[in-house]
Design a protein around this ligand. Sequence first.
Ligand code: ATP
Length: 324
Amino acid sequence: IKKVGVLTSGGDSPGMNAAIRSVVRTCAYHNIECVGIYRGYQGMIEGDFIEMGARSVHNIINKGGTILKSARSKEFRTPEGRKKAFDELTKVGVDALVIIGGDGSFTGAEIFNQEYGFPVMGIPGTIDNDIYGTSHTLGYDTALNTVVECIDKIRDTASSHNRLFFVEVMGRDAGHIALNAGIGGGAEEILIPEAELGLERLLESLQKSKATGKSSSIVVIAEGDKIGKNVFELKDFVEANLPEYDIRVSVLGHMQRGGAPSCYDRVLASRLGVKAVESLIEGKSNFMVGMLNDEVTLTPLLQAIKGESVIDRELLRVSEIMSI
Ligand code: ATP
């Protein structure tokens, strides 16, 4: 290969910039050209490219978001859109792609590869950690730290007023953020889509907490959890059944997607970027690079797309023991 194109696609996450830097510098190290593609697949269709060299990615390892911008592209879902993208890449001589994004972005890459035989490599970038074939996606560790910091702050006010807080965190349909940040933040209860707690058990647990002398509590709720229709309705339900509780709701929202990446995410991004480019140089294609047992691994893109990233059920038990 002679020229690698790199893009970020789907939801942004902290560590994407560090991954772009890694891809660009690994290309420079191996004397391969590198082109940045703005706004994901949409920029690819429109030929929105920038030549990138080792110096063009200085001072970004510490920045959240993505300097290449991200987008969702309806046009890339059509054969006509992908044809335009292929023509634009061919025009500038790009002959391999590194896609930093989630499973939707990988699906696009996989289809593009099927149609044009174009070499593609995926790097998992999403705070949700909902991708098979890696223990960590880029941005997940940073998001966990952000959530724990928020829970710590909420705890201060909760304990001053003897209040119960429902803290809703991101994660899409997965409970990774809620479960891990919940344990790290010392939550009483953690509600995630992968484990059905049930309303009755939640009430019982809260009653038990009160009886054992807890004056304030924090319940962490994954946005994908289905226990209540939403966190505000859940608050109404619990207050109706346990009038002794004064409940406040805090929906953390998009702050979880921003901020400077943690050291873990920076190292992860650097390692995955090197592996992605070097695998392309070795002639490999259609893989996602990931981290398993602290080793950088390759998982076939299709498997990464179709596989399910399961939560560690032992953590549920740990959480239960911790909230005695
Ligand atoms: P996140 O998990 O943060 O949402 P994602 O990569 O899953 O990230 P999507 O919006 O699902 O985000 O996908 C990003 C882009 O990938 C889409 O806007 C589209 O351009 C492309 N894409 C997704 N699915 C397909 C598909 N089936 N065919 C072609 N392109 C696709």
